[in-house]
Design a protein around this ligand. Structure first.
Ligand SMILES: Cc1ncc(COP(=O)(O)O)c(C=O)c1O
Length: 356
């Protein structure tokens, strides 16, 4: 080893951009991180309060993960032996990449794809083969089939962040079946969409479906993700790759309680889907915008030359959305999360004040 190896390696890391978190705007109407404010604060309070009562954080959470997995198993109707958990789905994706991929493994995905995933591939020098979105922010399955032969891993966020696009179930099923390597389907926004590939895991040995309580359950701060995959992979992941205690006691107990109340999540999702339609229809009234369809809890639109102005005008009114800028041929992309009815109305009103 060279004498300066530590310094040089640190410098190498500092040259990687890293995942870009949204700006921290205190007291802003937060429509920038695909969080879920429709799920009530009461739900959160109930879950955390009872979790606190059931917890003794002087102890390691021995056996806690197993109880949580049993609850997830009931929720997704898949045996416990096929379910693993992580500190957010971020950590699950990270552990898969760091242990199953390398400079020699090519990952096929879309461009854009989930930013964290892309950054992690950069960190580990994992080469990406990317398929761009078309001008109407759609993907062509044929492009993926064509490139499949050169790839070892297929990663798709379904629906995609930040476009909101999702393949038809039939198309995606065909692609997964035809792919020889490892397939990771990230369903962080699955509940807001039309389908899940979950049940395919029973017959498809090379498929890992990743889900989370961050979005539909509105529990992003808990950091609780899970995956469904074949038994052998799940065993290896949970016993060898995963940390001995990946989740805090409070996260485990809160997760169990949240899953018991999954009906509330379903109501919130119905509400968000309804509001998503309202936002899309309203934004489409402005010629200045091109608004893309979405199957997730956010909407992407191109505000062309005025996107910076729109972003700043909203920020001045305390409304924070995500400024993405150029995506393919679209110069001025902005992404807005679907909030509560009131939040969405404030957002639409601010847009009307600016452009109407
Ligand atoms: C596609 C996608 N996958 C995973 C995640 C991360 O979810 P978690 O909070 O479970 O780490 C996000 C969060 O924005 C996402 O957009």
């Amino acid at each position: 080893m060279k004498k300066n190896w530590f310094k040089e390696k640190t410098k190498k890391f500092s040259l990687i951009g890293g995942y870009q978190k949204p700006e921290l705007n205190q007291n802003a109407l937060k429509l920038d991180s695909n969080e879920n404010y429709v799920i009530s604060k009461q739900f959160q309070n109930d879950v955390i309060t009872s979790a606190r009562k059931n917890s003794d954080v002087r102890e390691y959470p021995l056996g806690g993960v197993e109880r949580l997995i049993k609850m997830i198993s009931k929720f997704v109707k898949i045996p416990s032996s096929m379910i693993g958990v992580g500190n957010g789905s971020d950590q699950i994706l990270d552990l898969i990449l760091s242990n199953f991929a390398s400079k020699q493994t090519k990952v096929l995905t879309s461009n854009p794809t989930f930013g964290f995933f892309e950054e992690r591939c950069k960190l580990y020098s994992i080469p990406l083969i990317t398929i761009p979105f078309s001008n109407d922010m759609k993907l062509d399955i044929k492009d993926f089939v064509k490139k499949s032969k050169n790839a070892d891993i297929l990663y798709l966020d379904s629906p995609n962040n930040p476009t909101g696009f999702q393949f038809s179930k039939n198309e995606l099923q065909k692609l997964v079946k035809s792919f020889n390597g490892l397939v990771i389907i990230d369903e962080a926004y699955g509940e807001f969409s039309d389908y899940s590939l979950l049940s395919m895991v029973k017959t498809q040995e090379n498929l890992i479906v990743v889900q989370t309580l961050s979005k539909s359950f509105g529990l992003a701060g808990l950091r609780l993700g899970y995956f469904i995959a074949n038994k052998k992979f799940t065993e290896a992941f949970m016993n060898i790759l995963q940390y001995p205690y990946p989740l805090s006691t409070i996260t485990i107990e809160s997760g169990i309680l949240a899953l018991e109340k999954s009906n509330l999540m379903k109501d919130a999702v119905t509400n968000i889907k309804f509001e998503r339609k309202r936002i899309i229809e309203n934004l489409r009234k402005y010629d200045a915008f091109q608004v893309f369809d979405s199957k997730a809890n956010f909407v992407l639109f191109d505000a062309h030359g005025i996107y910076k102005r729109v972003y700043s005008a909203l920020a001045e009114q305390g409304i924070s959305i995500r400024k993405l800028g150029k995506i393919g041929n679209h110069e001025g992309c902005l992404r807005v999360t679907i909030g509560t009815k009131e939040m969405n109305s404030k957002f639409l009103l601010a847009i009307r004040d600016l452009l109407g």
